[in-house]
Design a protein around this ligand. Sequence first.
Ligand code: ACO
Ligand code: V55
Length: 283
Amino acid sequence: MTTATTPTTQGLPGGDTVRVEIDDNAIGWVYFNRPDKRNAMNPALNVEMYDVLDALEGDDRVKVVVLTGTGEAWSAGMDLKEYFRETDGKPRWVQNRVRRQGTDWQHHKLISYPKPTIAMVNGWCFGGAFVPLVSCDLAIASVDARFGLSEVNWGVTPGNLVTRALAEVMPTRDAMYYIMTGESFDGRKAEELRLVNEAVPADKLRERTVELAGKLSSLSQWVVRGTKMGFRHARLMPWDVAEDFLYAKHDQAILYDEQARSKGMEGFLDDKTYRPGLGTYES
Ligand code: ACO
Ligand code: V55
């Protein structure tokens, strides 16, 4: 696994407010790309992001998607000018459509994304940016990234799914503290609060993300897919429904990738080439 890339953008949407590259490690790098506006999400970015994620979903060159930002920011949240001020006064249906186009990718697209997703938080992360952050399966932050639920600071309550997303990952006391005070916190604190899996020094951020992506793409894609969707759905189910559903996912993975399981058993039981408790088999 190397961090050297010969990125290609061939045949992909994006290129304006979203930058996208596919590298030699089968990583689809998706960048919030409005660095001059600290990657604030405007209506155009929301539409472009949906199209990019949709294209990578069906692109066989990509096994893992990494969501990150160009410049100093991951994303400074919703664009106060273009997302709020300039849609004020538009017809209700236009305002509702603009909102819907945000959640379409920030929540709906990402939460049921068939490939593993990693948020690589390189810098500023505020307000609305918490929705795509929590929707990614895993998150690695730079220790000096800075996070905040800044809504109260500019006179609004958190909208969209911000509060719901926060409650998904953070303990209640901490979540309420940060949404009510608007105080910001750094990457290390984000790790402590379990908003991200880990915080690493800025100069190790990409390397650690590539390493993690490599681990995920060394496993059966159908098995990883069934595992993540199983977790997302089952945690909201009664136990007996979860049991039935998780066995359905289990059997579906065997149906879609029969080799994964049989090779897994043979390598351990017959060939004794690896120990599942300590790592996966050579494929
Ligand atoms: N919406 C619109 N424009 C933004 C946003 C935003 N969320 N964030 C930054 N920008 C713009 C600034 O207006 C400025 O534009 P200009 O150069 O045309 O004047 C440019 O990005 C750079 O911003 P600065 O504030 O000069 O950058 P700095 O590096 O000093 O600070 C920081 C960065 C802390 C992120 C600051 O820009 C900021 O506080 N942004 C707002 C963060 C926020 O509260 N977002 C909303 C969360 S609530 C929600 O999402 C619903
Ligand atoms: C916020 C975020 C939104 C929105 C309204 O609190 C408010 C932030 C992510 O979209 O539509």
